[in-house]
Write a protein that binds this ligand. Structure first.
Ligand code: D5M
Ligand code: FE
Ligand code: ZN
Length: 576
């Protein structure tokens, strides 16, 4: 017998029903008479699919409802440590039920699940002398893209050298002369986390990415898929509300645009296409296919707002160091290696390739300090227990970098600014600890430095992407970063690990292809080039933590990426 509540749960299951029913039956004890909600919720596939994102498929809808822009609120929540709590739904067109509104809530606070048992710290990096590794790491041969980049030589692309469009130049910050066109959230946050903010946020995300797609696709509004179009080939552009595999093995995708929703079916035969198997929630895609005029759409091809292929790469001048995840204050921070780095950059160490003297810039992509209360039991991992003292020490270490180097500092999830992305720059009170050559930007931030355009993002979404896209791993973070570029979004999946504040503009949309995409967060170094963009994840200065050891996460600490902006050749400099 099945309890009616349990039946309701089964009916709302976003995956194939057979999978759930089989799973539930397998989990039953022989004495069970009535299958209740507990039996459903205990099933591993239920927790995976229906609870994994904290929302079921029918909860995920109606985020692109029309909203009038004069309903905007002008108050801010800059500096708040937490995103606002989910709003009560207003009855936009009477179509939103409370459980739907829950799905657009901002987001879980950081979902660390550390076990509390941190015992002995793992050993730090070896004491070997500095290796100024060539473009290769640990004896690997030169990746072909590095060669390719060099042989092309400096090729100043007019597109990348042109001034930024006005929306990029609109930051409220007074931008220092050496950092042009800065765009980030600092001083510009307007959202309070009300229902309308979320609708507006998703509409902004949708319309920006739609614009990128619409040049390549002649798309119709979803509401226009009426009977008279049945059988004709048409295109639509929508945000992915749900993806599931049907009992027959077809891919069933719910797509929404501001005019309506449609169920798109990709038949089994099409699933060889990586684009379709890699679909993630909340990305915006174009689909071409045919409609049956009754709300179903048979997809043939899928188009992402991917970058256009480029025949040249943008180049600038000077050398840049890319760093992230210094984690000052952690017992695992590799201070000895940092001191070797400082000796090298200060010219006090043998430098056969004479790189140190060419360095003009250093960009740090978040997690400067380990922070306080970031995950349960963190105290056991802290050498410095006070957040202010952590920044004082961090400033001392950063201030050891010679003054001639322009430093750009962006925050991460361990820093003291609000957790919700986009994050503003570190507060003035902390900025005062650093020397004048440090510029503070938000996360993410776009700016021009050394004559090329940079996009710096801490990289929290890599945790989500690695989980959801087959073939991605922590060992190759650059591949996850390429997936961001293909989707033109730094954090395409909404509401998992990444808290996103529903700002007026979606600053996580990758509006223009940068010359450099720089992330960190996952503590592994990775480099690639994708359609003219130099993609670098800059690793960490934190040794393997006890937690990472248990999880078999292998960080690559104390390696600095050096990027010669005049050739766009990158090297890994090993200080461990
Ligand atoms: O994140 C460093 C990396 O380690 C990032 O990929 C997340 C992962 N990490 C660290 N701690 C946890 C816990 N507790 N659960 C899951 N994943 C974790 P960082 O931002 O430096 O902490
Ligand atoms: Fe980190
Ligand atoms: Zn991080």
């Amino acid at each position: 017998m099945i309890d009616p509540e349990a039946l309701k749960l089964i009916a709302s299951y976003p995956g194939p029903l057979d999978e759930l029913v089989e799973g539930v039956i397998r989990g039953l004890e022989s004495s069970t008479l009535v299958v209740g909600t507990q039996e459903i919720e205990r099933c591993p596939c239920w927790s995976e699919r229906a609870c994994g994102d904290g929302r079921s498929s029918h909860q995920r809808s109606a985020r692109l409802e029309p909203v009038s822009l004069d309903q905007r609120s002008s108050s801010t929540f800059v500096g708040a440590q937490k995103p606002p709590s989910p709003p009560e739904p207003s009855s936009l067109l009477g179509s939103i039920s409370p459980d739907r509104a829950g799905s657009i809530g901002p987001v879980a606070s950081p979902s660390y699940s550390h076990s509390d048992s941190f015992s002995s710290p793992v050993s730090r990096g070896s004491q070997a002398s500095v290796q100024l590794a060539g473009p290769e790491l640990e004896g690997q041969t030169l990746p072909p893209w590095l060669e390719e980049a060099e042989s092309r030589g400096p090729n100043l692309s007019a597109v990348v050298r042109s001034p930024l469009p006005s929306d990029h130049a609109s930051a409220a910050l007074a931008v220092p002369a050496h950092l042009e066109g800065l765009c980030d959230i600092t001083g510009r946050s307007t959202c309070v986390g009300e229902y309308q903010d979320f609708v507006r946020y998703f509409r902004d995300r949708y319309s920006r990415i739609r614009e990128m797609l619409s040049g390549r696709l002649n798309a119709r509004p979803i509401e226009s898929l009426k009977k008279d179009l049945a059988g004709r080939e048409i295109s639509i552009i929508g945000m992915v509300m749900d993806v599931r595999t049907s009992a027959k093995g077809n891919k069933v995708v719910e797509l929404e645009d501001p005019t309506g929703m449609v169920t798109v079916i990709f038949t089994k035969g099409d699933l060889a296409s990586e684009e379709i198997t890699n679909l993630v929630l909340d990305e915006v895609v174009g689909v071409t296919g045919t409609t049956d005029g009754k709300g179903r759409f048979f997809g043939k091809t899928l188009l992402r707002p991917d970058l256009q292929a480029r025949s040249s790469i943008a180049t600038g001048e000077g050398g840049a160091l890319l760093l992230s995840d210094v984690h000052v204050g952690s017992t695992y921070f590799m201070e000895d290696a940092w001191e070797r780095f400082i000796e090298w950059i200060s010219g006090e160490m043998d430098d056969p390739l004479e790189i140190a003297s060419k360095v003009k810039y250093a960009v740090i992509a978040g997690d400067l300090v380990d922070g306080i209360g970031i995950y349960p039991g963190q105290e056991a991992d802290l050498a410095i227990m006070d957040i202010w003292e952590q920044y004082e020490r961090a400033a001392e270490l950063i201030n050891e970098i010679p003054d001639r180097i322009q430093i750009v500092l962006s925050p991460g999830n361990h820093d003291v600014v609000r957790q919700a992305e986009p994050q503003p720059a570190l507060p003035d009170s902390l900025q005062g600890l650093f020397k004048k050559n440090v510029v503070f930007v938000g996360n993410p931030a776009t700016f021009r430095l050394g004559g090329v355009e940079w996009l710096v993002y801490h990289g929290r979404s890599i945790d989500d992407l690695v989980l959801k896209i087959p073939g991605l791993s922590y060992g190759e973070p650059e591949k996850a970063m390429v997936e961001m570029l293909k989707r033109r979004h730094l954090s395409p999946i909404y509401g998992n690990r990444v808290s996103i504040a529903p700002e007026e503009e979606d600053l996580l949309v990758i509006r223009r292809p940068p010359a450099v995409l720089h992330c960190g967060h996952v503590h592994t170094i990775g480099m690639t080039r994708y359609k003219g963009v130099t993609v670098i994840n800059s690793g960490t200065w934190q040794g393997q933590t006890d937690f990472q050891k248990k999880m078999n996460i292998q960080p690559t600490p104390a390696i600095v990426s050096y990027l010669d902006l005049s050739t766009m050749r990158a090297r890994k400099l090993i200080f461990a």
